[in-house]
Each structure stands twice: as C-alpha cells, then as structure tokens.
Design a protein around this ligand. Structure first.
Ligand code: GLN
Length: 315
C-alpha cells in the first residue's frame, strides 16, 4: 500500500502542473474572478490528523457542498418527513434545471439539485428569522470543522443575489405548488448566503468526517447524527451529489461525493477518511474538473473505491 502522504503530494504536484483546468463559473460574477490555477487537497483521517497538499490555507466558496450540511440540519429538524417534500432519486438534469418540477408537482427530485436544496433551506427557515437560520447553518459548520474562522463571503452572496433569476424561478414555482412555506425572498436570502460560506480544504475535510465515521466526528468526539443517518446521507451523495455527472463520478472515483460550482468536492471514504479537494475550473456538468481527476487518482492509488479493487491499480 503506498503512503498516503506521498500520494497526496504527487496528486498536488500533478494538478498544479496540468494545463487543462476547466472553466470557472461566471454566472455568479464574483466566482468568475477566482484564479483557476489553484488546487488544494485535504484528507481527514480517523485519528483526527489531516494530510494536505496544495493551497490548503486558501478560503473558497463551498457553494453546493453546503447542501450536505443543510440536508443534515433539516433531517435533524424534520426527520423522515423531509422526504415528503423532496425526493431522493438522481435527476439526470443540470443542477439548476426546472423541467421536472412541473411534471412532478413541485417536488424536487433530490436535496442536492438547486430546487431540492431551496426546499430544504425553507424547512430550516420555518419558525425562525432568516438571520437566525443562517446563523445556525454557519455555526454548524464552525462546530463540525472545529474552527470559528469559517465565514460567509458577503460579496459572493450579493453577487448571486443580483443574478439569481433562475433560482428565483425555481423557488416561485415550488411556492406555487405549496412546497415552499416561507416568503420566497427570505428563503433565497438564506440559500444564497449558505452557498457563499467560505472555508479552507482542511476545514471542509474535517467537516465531513462525521459521514466517514458512522455519524461521529473522530477529531472532536462529537456525535453529529446516527450511523444510519450518516449512511443514508452518503447514499444520496453517491447517487445525486454530482447532478447529471453522478454516474461518471461513481464510475471513475467510486465514493459518495458532493460538488459545488466554486470548484470544491467533498468525498467520503466510509470508515477511513473525509476528503476535500478544490480546483475552481469546472467541467460541462458544473463539477470541478481537476477535483474529480484528483479524487480518481486518490482512490485508484489507495484502493479506496467503495466498490472494491486493490491499491495502485492504473485507471
Ligand atoms: N452547483 C452549485 O454549486 C450551485 C450553487 C449556486 N449557489 C446556485 O444556486 O446556482
């Protein structure tokens, strides 16, 4: 078995040098200004240590990776009733698609496409002021990462607030079907801001650790969710975490994972590790181009695919 620290160093060196870097998202203008030549990888292990490579001190916009954590919070509030409002099947469509919503009477396919995540945010908001709901989401990430420097990048949130016509359409459409309870602008305000949470790769890897260890964060000893819930969140990440690129991600990487248009991916190696990668350039499905390749290298070298296979195979 190769040494993890060697593998991580090799991956960071390869990703820094590659010319194919994908395209940064420009539909949120503030994300369009991010330098695509950056790359970070952090692997949080069961003993609480983190193996790192690349730009691990740099804060990035976690965007849709935040949907893993809002789903976790909403399941804590609503339990399995959540699944009456949001499905758990892959959509086979782009992350911001509206096409299925009409046919399926406003019920989003899963909690990771934009429509589903907006419905989940609505559940967290119920009974609270937007500021309180947002504070709860931010504090949850500070608690999971065990680091109070996690923050909301107001410039990114404002940038999306100015240009988020598509998300407004999704939210209004669901409101028309009674799937969103709260005022649409309140729900979107919380949604845009939780997508604008900024973290480092180290913080993000630590935040996902509870999903790798049966609901318990091994670095802090905190129980976050039950083992059963962690398993189910991982299942939804595997099938839906990369939108219409989820099949390709499972095929190439073989881990539950969640991507965001800021270029981050959180991937879970059950029983072993929580991995955060960040490379701002995206592929055609809106997932990090080099982030996926880096994870593909990692699972092949370490034998970490959940589908089996030995270490150091070539892909
Ligand atoms: N895939 C993503 O990361 C999308 C999140 C982004 N905030 C949006 O709503 O469009």
């Amino acid at each position: 078995m190769p040494q993890l620290s060697d593998v991580v160093a090799e991956i960071a060196a390869e990703m820094a040098a590659r010319p194919d870097r994908g395209q940064v998202a420009t539909y949120i203008p503030e994300l369009g200004r991010v330098d695509p030549n950056q790359f970070a990888i952090a692997v949080a292990l069961a003993d609480g240590s983190v193996v790192e490579g690349g730009d691990c001190e740099t804060f990035f916009s976690i965007q849709s990776v935040s949907k893993v954590f809002t789903l976790t919070l909403a399941l804590g509030l609503a339990g399995d009733r959540l699944w009456n409002r949001v499905g758990r099947e892959p959509s086979g469509s782009r992350f911001n698609s509206i096409v299925q919503l009409e046919q399926e009477r406003g019920i989003p396919r899963n909690p990771f496409i934009n429509a589903g995540a907006i419905a989940v945010t609505d559940m967290i908001l119920s009974g609270h002021q937007p500021r309180e709901a947002l504070g709860e989401i931010l504090r949850f990430l500070q608690f999971l990462s065990n680091d109070d420097s996690v923050f909301i990048d107001k410039a990114v949130a404002a940038s999306e607030e100015r240009t988020g016509y598509n998300n407004r359409a999704l939210a209004n459409f669901m409101k028309g079907f009674g799937v969103v309870d709260n005022p649409v602008e309140f729900v979107l305000g919380v949604y845009f801001h939780h997508c604008a949470i900024a973290m480092t790769a180290r913080q993000l890897a630590r935040s996902g650790s509870f999903l790798a260890h049966q609901g318990r964060n091994p670095a802090t000893g905190h129980s976050v969710v039950t083992a059963e819930r962690a398993r189910r969140i991982n299942a939804v990440m595997l099938t839906c975490g990369h939108y219409d690129g989820s099949g390709e991600f499972a095929y190439r990487v073989g881990l539950p994972g969640k991507s965001g248009v800021g270029g981050a991916i959180l991937a879970i190696v059950p029983g072993k590790a929580s991995v955060a990668v960040w490379a701002p350039g995206l592929d055609a499905a809106g997932n990090s181009h080099l982030g996926r390749i880096a994870l593909e290298r990692l699972t092949a070298r370490m034998g970490w695919s959940i589908f089996g296979g030995s270490a150091a195979e070539t892909s």
